[in-house]
Design a binder for this molecule. Structure first.
Ligand code: ZN
Length: 339
């Protein structure tokens, strides 16, 4: 060009986005996901140093250091399969906040925190970018590329991806008639639809899992759980461990069939842990004050878990955390001879 030879390269980094000669985005995705993982490690360190950091501050830190990096350039690569990695990292963050181990279900952690999957955010960025392109002058290079893609939808490409996503969400009418749509409002519509579908999927999964049977019963609507806001980290971890059925994921090697309480040897269930285990009676007396214990088990169980009194919520969290730790120590000791 202009008498100079232009070098042919396989990839080039332009404004922080890696462009590949094949037109794919694998390298860019790998790059942002690696950055996201790095940031998650930084959040870990932050948590280790300040274990009592308030949860909303923690979420802000996540948005700023982790998600802002991962979403970089998502407008252009977000339609590819790889966006799911972003969601995996988000799920990992949610579990971290709740003290849920990595083997726990991402969906439950997100439900507890009332945080949606990242899909709507990624698609929102794509749509926003799309509406911007439509407002560009027809001579603009970006617009010309886009128009060419629309005329050649069969070949594939970014424009086809946008159309397909909108169709999948039942929002094909936006594709048909995009002129004059406000970017903000369109984003809202898309977010709502996308989240509604994702939530349906999460609840379907919860219903399928046996370890989450009780959880499915307790939880009917969306939104952040009451205990999240008023509890300290330890209390929160106690609640999450109990509610999300983590206590069932014991990972016992050897003979135990997972139905016997590691503390007292009785048959184990949610009701056993909360109301009956003889090894934790002292804490139960102290923290739950045996308040509902004269009524039937089922009713007591429901009453205790559905309290909205902050002090009671926190005390229950403390109780559950203590039980959680005691059981973990016992399980570890039981496992030792097996090694
Ligand atoms: Zn027991």
């Amino acid at each position: 060009m202009n008498g100079k030879i232009i070098e042919t390269v396989k990839e080039i980094c332009y404004l922080g986005v890696t462009l590949e000669s094949t037109g794919g985005w694998a390298k860019q995705k790998a790059k942002v996901v690696a950055k996201g993982k790095q940031a998650l490690v930084a959040i870990d360190k932050c948590l280790a140093r300040m274990p009592h950091m308030r949860i909303n501050i923690l979420e802000n830190v996540y948005e700023m250091v982790c998600e802002s990096r991962m979403m970089y350039g998502a407008e252009i690569w977000g339609l590819e399969e790889g966006w799911k990695e972003v969601d995996v990292i988000h799920g990992r963050f949610c579990k971290k906040v709740l003290g849920i181990p990595r083997v726990g279900a991402n969906g439950v952690a997100e439900v507890e925190l009332g945080r949606d999957s990242r899909r709507s955010k990624v698609l929102g960025l794509v749509t926003k970018f799309w509406l911007r392109i439509l407002q560009m002058d027809r001579d603009d290079l970006v617009r010309r590329c886009y128009d060419w893609q629309v005329l050649n939808l069969k070949i594939g490409g970014w424009a086809k991806g946008v159309k397909e996503e909108l169709d999948k969400l039942g929002l094909g009418y936006i594709w048909q008639d995009p002129q004059g749509r406000s970017v903000g409002r369109t984003w809202e519509i898309l977010k709502e639809r996308c989240n509604a579908i994702e939530r349906q999927n999460v609840f379907a999964k919860i219903r399928e899992k046996r370890s989450l049977a009780l959880y499915g019963e307790m939880k009917s609507g969306w939104g952040r759980q009451g205990y999240i806001g008023c509890c300290t980290r330890v209390e929160r971890e106690g609640w999450a461990w109990f509610r999300a059925g983590i206590w069932k994921l014991r990972g016992m090697r050897g003979g135990m069939d997972g139905k016997i309480c590691p503390l007292c040897g009785a048959t184990e269930s949610e009701i056993h842990i909360l109301l009956k285990c003889t090894e934790t009676g002292r804490w139960r007396e102290q923290l739950l004050r045996n308040k509902w214990f004269t009524v039937g088990e089922e009713l007591a169980f429901k009453k205790i878990l559905s309290t909205t009194n902050d002090t009671e919520v926190r005390d229950l969290g403390k109780f559950l955390y203590k039980v959680r730790c005691k059981r973990q120590v016992k399980i570890r000791n039981l496992e030792l001879p097996l090694r």
